[in-house]
Design a protein around this ligand. Structure first.
Ligand code: CTP
Ligand code: MG
Length: 224
């Protein structure tokens, strides 16, 4: 089984409100993007990485990765939305890839077992994602008023990595582009096609670094 990974790092990080772009913020002196690539590399199944960055950061990111990492990788310029960046990455995936992993550069705490589990599930079923049962009660709200409360026992917070048969994800992105469908993760595109997505138990450590508080939590994880 040949596995390649797309790591998306082309976002603007607007919710972080930091001067340094999110993938290059340092945690214990090491850029977030490097933490994330190292975490993925602890799973020895991944043969090659396609790292998607903003066009203007490509050279910088390439130097960083060369300095900190071993293994095969390629840099690609991303697009305006996450979905566009994944599509840019897809164009650089090798034809003979059996399972394609898609991961956010903003999730540095994924572990080897989780990566392996999601890859193996996608190999069996076509599409799989990590997810955790939600801890909060989730309500749908409109104009500042609650519309309804969703039954918590059915709700999962969806993470990355997500993994797919490459042909399935290519088809999903192709059709979504043609029909102007925009979603926030790749599993949503598979659902939109009407195909099943397996949920693999993730961990509450696999946070997405999104707002400044997350940096404090991340530093604490790194120290523990
Ligand atoms: N991403 C990307 N291309 C985009 C938007 C997002 O590659 N056009 C990547 C981000 O770099 C990140 C991942 O998708 O690693 C998840 O996105 P998110 O956490 O929302 O990051 P940002 O979009 O950068 O942050 P924000 O939404 O706060 O602006
Ligand atoms: Mg975003």
């Amino acid at each position: 089984m040949r596995v390649e990974a797309i790591v998306v790092a082309a976002g603007s990080g607007s919710r972080m409100r930091s001067e340094t772009k999110k993938p290059y913020i340092r945690l214990q002196g090491v850029p977030l993007l490097i933490h994330t690539l190292r975490a993925l590399q602890t799973c020895d199944l991944i043969e090659r990485f396609v790292v998607v960055t903003a066009g203007e950061d490509r050279t910088y990111a390439e130097e960083l990765i060369r300095k900190h990492m071993y293994g095969s990788f390629q840099l690609v310029s991303g697009g305006a939305e996450r979905q566009d960046s994944v599509r840019c990455g897809l164009a650089a995936i090798s034809e003979d890839t059996d399972v394609l992993l898609v991961h956010d550069a903003a999730r540095p705490f994924v572990n080897a077992e989780e990566v392996r589990n999601v890859i193996e599930a996608a190999w069996q079923t076509g599409a799989a994602t990590l997810g955790t049962p939600v801890k909060d009660t989730i309500k749908e709200v409109e104009n500042g008023t609650v519309v309804r409360t969703l039954p918590r026992h059915k709700l999962f917070a969806i993470q990355t990595p997500q993994a797919f048969h490459p042909s399935l994800l290519r088809e999903a992105h192709h059709q979504a582009l043609a029909e102007g469908v925009q979603v926030t993760d790749d599993a949503s595109l598979i659902e939109w096609l009407g195909k099943p997505v397996a949920i693999i138990p993730g961990s509450y450590r696999n946070i997405k670094i999104t707002t400044p508080e997350d940096l404090v939590i991340a530093e604490a994880f790194l120290q523990s």
